[in-house]
Design a protein around this ligand. Sequence first.
Ligand SMILES: Nc1ncnc2c1ncn2[C@@H]1O[C@H](COP(=O)(O)OP(=O)(O)OP(=O)(O)O)[C@@H](O)[C@H]1O
Ligand SMILES: [Mg+2]
Length: 325
Amino acid sequence: MKGRVKARESHRIQVVLDQRVEHNYSSDFRSDQVAIRADEVYGELQPCMDEINNLIGLSQVKKFIREIYAWLKVCQKRRSAGLTVDQQVLHMVFTGNPGTGKTTVARIFGRLFKEMEVLSTGHLVEVERADLVGEYIGHTAQKTREHVQKALGGILFIDEAYSLARGGEKDFGKEAIDTLVKAMEDHKNDFVLILAGYPAEMDRFIRSNPGLPSRFPIKLNFPDFTIQELIAIGEQMLKERQYRLSVPAREKLKGYLLKEIGRGWNDFGNARHVRNVLEQAIRNQAVRLLHSPYPTRDELMILRAEDFQFTPEGSSKSHTYSWYT
Ligand SMILES: Nc1ncnc2c1ncn2[C@@H]1O[C@H](COP(=O)(O)OP(=O)(O)OP(=O)(O)O)[C@@H](O)[C@H]1O
Ligand SMILES: [Mg+2]
């Protein structure tokens, strides 16, 4: 098959648990380092590559993907030339604040690794502490093993993974970590484990467990989006939904987001917050147009400044009951 990576020719890529080389992607790359190039043809990987490429920002993630792609391609060529094929650990740590794209990227990685034949199914099982930690001795190991089983062939994504270390030695979280480490040995190359969470907490968590740093050699940082990136994300989301911003609406949204960024809260919500604000504005536009007998196509598409209503505290004001913050 043209353009397809045949990693499974050697029974999939070996996941080596004790590899010492650390690939640290946490330092920021300049955004002009285009990672996935338009002049490269990715064959069946193209839809996933396009999806990654269409994400705003995230240059480190894009660069990493191209490295993995290049490495798989070269592995193929080395194998054909009768050379030994390198082994890589693909378990990863994602650090970043809420709404910076961690789950979105993990989901795309799953599909991409399936296309690359690194994983057999590429599905994503997303869990958090409560899904893994039980209430009595043995319960945690059982719950954790069940989720590992569900994730086989795909990705096990543990959000706020640092919370497994909460409570110290006597806490059942430790049992979950031990079970995961064992599962990584038992099922070596059958799944990819991604641990995600706030940067500082994740660093502390990984360093506090001597067995962990070498098992998670890939660290991808998801930085907070800049104001330009947040606006670009918003405009992309609207374009997909066939809406657009009027010039004053864009300015109003920008002013609001700048204020939110200025507060310096790491739970501000980044791209997710932008999505919530836009969905509220879409509802407000609908209410505005409700009694307009013949709205034009343009009117149906445009969100005006008046559709963005923000309370003095900063949160988006709702006409109706809202779960969002
Ligand atoms: N780089 C991006 N470009 C465009 N949209 C993005 C980007 N990153 C995230 N989004 C959008 O923002 C929303 C939130 O992203 P996502 O759920 O992946 O964040 P997260 O980091 O997993 O957050 P949390 O830590 O709270 O789980 C989604 O709707 C997603 O499509
Ligand atoms: Mg998430």
